[in-house]
Design a protein around this ligand. Sequence first.
Ligand code: HQG
Length: 182
Amino acid sequence: MTQNSQLIKISKFLSYHLRHNPGEIGLELEPGGWIAVEALLAAAQAHQFPLTRSQLNLVVETSNKQRFSFDSTGTRIRANQGHSIPIDLQLEPRCPPDILYHGTGHQAVESILAQGLQKRARHHVHLSPDIDTAREVGMRHGKPVVFTIKAAKMHQSGHLFYCSDNGVWLVDEVPPEYLGLG
Ligand code: HQG
């Protein structure tokens, strides 16, 4: 296995267990979604996924979307966003830029224009700070389409925005009146 494909495999292992199913390897996340690095390495080892601290460091450093962070002491790790289990990331509401972007597949456009953006299986609707990132997110769902979101207007009307440690903007929903195409 090349180093790169090994890092991707580790990243997927971490995404699954730190965002969706820590219980499967006997872990329970702490408030904020944190887990002790030692506990994670031991659990991985015990479930036939041997993982070293230096491999973990490499994944955290090189993840193209900075999916994971260590805490300031380096003894705990968490996924920066994308959870489906109930985790309070303890983020403070932030003032968003004027415009944010959301990439999706073209087959979802009609429904989104009618209903707005909904969070589905995640805790929030995920919004990107730039068009290129949004297009990449959209490509995961087929032919990509990028919506513009009048974020400052939404914020003025009382919607709360959060920004994850890796620069993904999070909001509960985007009603149709704040959405634009192109
Ligand atoms: C769509 C990745 C029809 C929405 C990325 C999206 C991101 C609707 C899908 C992060 C809808 C949910 C999140 C409506 C929303 N009708 N479709 N009313 N409202 N949708 O994967 O934003 O690789 O849960 O457009 O970088 O694609 O995991 O969300 O297509 O930050 O680290 O429902 O995942 O990061 O799909 O992606 P997802 P997403 P990671």
